[in-house]
Design a protein around this ligand. Structure first.
Ligand code: CA
Length: 367
């Protein structure tokens, strides 16, 4: 699509709606339910990328089906309409109606948004969903995005990620010094304070950078996505857990004017479909990661290892410093961070006697 064709997207939407009301094709129960809409959705993912990219296509397809074709959404991969990291601005300005990305990409613009994707050593995906849907998190998110003319919806979660691929083993905190690693966001800042050099690279450039030695290590997502990029062919040490991203949630963002133009039933379909994708994406990752990990475990050249305790302890204490600095510099981050950590304390106490205790017990019982 040419640029000038999509710039007029919102105006065209209004025209489509009016036309549909007068057309004989709109035989629905009543009144406004006859309106139809054509939206564009830009994303930060390679087109149809497993997990992240498939999920947004599934979202569009489900909305189409549930609305009987009254809300059609055309999905664009990163770079097809706008670059990967311009999703937020494009939807905010109304260039397109919808976007799918991760709120921690808005670091430097809306720092506090990082709480809604992932904080190192923070909420896992079950806990994050609990906070967003029932613990007040989503209200804080909506309030944060209101000045940007955006309505956010949780829309997908990868589950806990892996710590990443390393060309050399990490035996102590000394091995972090001088380590050049692709690791974005707060995790990257933590690595920098540990003596490493964080690098931000889009997904499509990671494999070559690791293979050529331009970087010494990388995190990406987990076995499912990492194997699809071939990262296991470029480094042999695969560390866990993903301390940097314990359960990152993705976002669907909608331009406020576009949202307001939808009748209540289509708004409900969008909202419910986003929530369904949150469950669906995690299910895809749990299944895909398990299969890909099985492949990696069977490969004698690959070493799948836990980070040493002293490395994790250092990374955690540095995380506390990084978050403290962010909160001190930004009133919105202070407000959201206070709510996040109060919730985390309760969630942690609960997870300790439920999820964590059960998984540990299952392992013991299985020995
Ligand atoms: Ca990651």
């Amino acid at each position: 699509m040419k640029r000038r064709e999509f710039v007029g997207g919102l105006a065209a939407t209004a025209g489509v709606a009016a036309c549909a009301q007068q057309s004989g094709d709109c035989e629905t129960d009543a009144g406004v339910q006859g309106q139809s809409f054509k939206w564009s959705c830009v994303t930060s993912w390679p087109p149809k990328f497993p997990g992240l990219g498939i999920a947004v296509n599934n979202l569009a397809e489900r909305i189409d089906r549930a609305s009987a074709g009254r809300l059609k959404i055309k999905v664009y991969g990163a770079g097809e309409l706008v670059p990967a990291f311009e999703v937020f601005d494009s939807v905010s300005r109304g260039v397109v109606e919808m976007g799918h990305d991760a709120s921690y990409y808005h670091k430097g613009k809306v720092d506090a948004a990082q709480f809604f994707t992932a904080i190192p050593f923070g909420l896992n995906y079950l806990e994050l969903n609990g906070w967003l849907y029932y613990g007040g998190g989503l209200e804080l998110w909506r309030e944060l995005y209101e000045p940007f003319n955006l309505v956010p919806f949780p829309c997908g979660n990868t589950g806990v990620q892996m710590g990443g691929w390393f060309k050399k083993p990490i035996n102590s905190i000394e091995d972090l010094k001088g380590l050049k690693m692709r690791i974005p966001g707060l995790g990257g800042e933590v690595l920098r304070r540990a003596g490493g050099t964080p690098v931000t690279l889009p997904g499509g450039e990671i494999f070559t950078a690791l293979q050529t030695g331009a970087i010494d290590a990388t995190e990406w997502v987990g076995a499912y996505n990492d194997v699809s990029f071939g990262l296991h062919k470029a480094a042999k040490y695969y560390y866990y857990p993903g301390w940097q991203e314990p359960g990152p949630g993705l976002e669907c963002i909608i331009n406020q004017d576009a949202w307001n133009s939808l009748p209540p039933d289509l708004q409900a379909i969008v909202e419910i479909s986003c929530q369904a994708i949150t469950t669906d994406m995690t299910a895809e990752y749990v299944n895909g990661n398990a299969r890909a990990l099985q492949q990696l475990l069977a490969d004698p050249d690959i070493h799948i290892l836990p980070f040493p305790d002293d490395v994790l302890q250092l990374l955690k204490s540095l995380t506390q410093e990084v978050v403290a600095d962010m909160v001190a510099a930004d009133p919105a981050a202070a407000k959201i961070g206070k709510a996040y950590y109060e919730y985390l304390a309760r969630a942690e106490a609960n997870s300790r006697v439920t999820e964590y205790a059960f998984l540990r017990t299952r392992k013991i019982a299985g020995q």
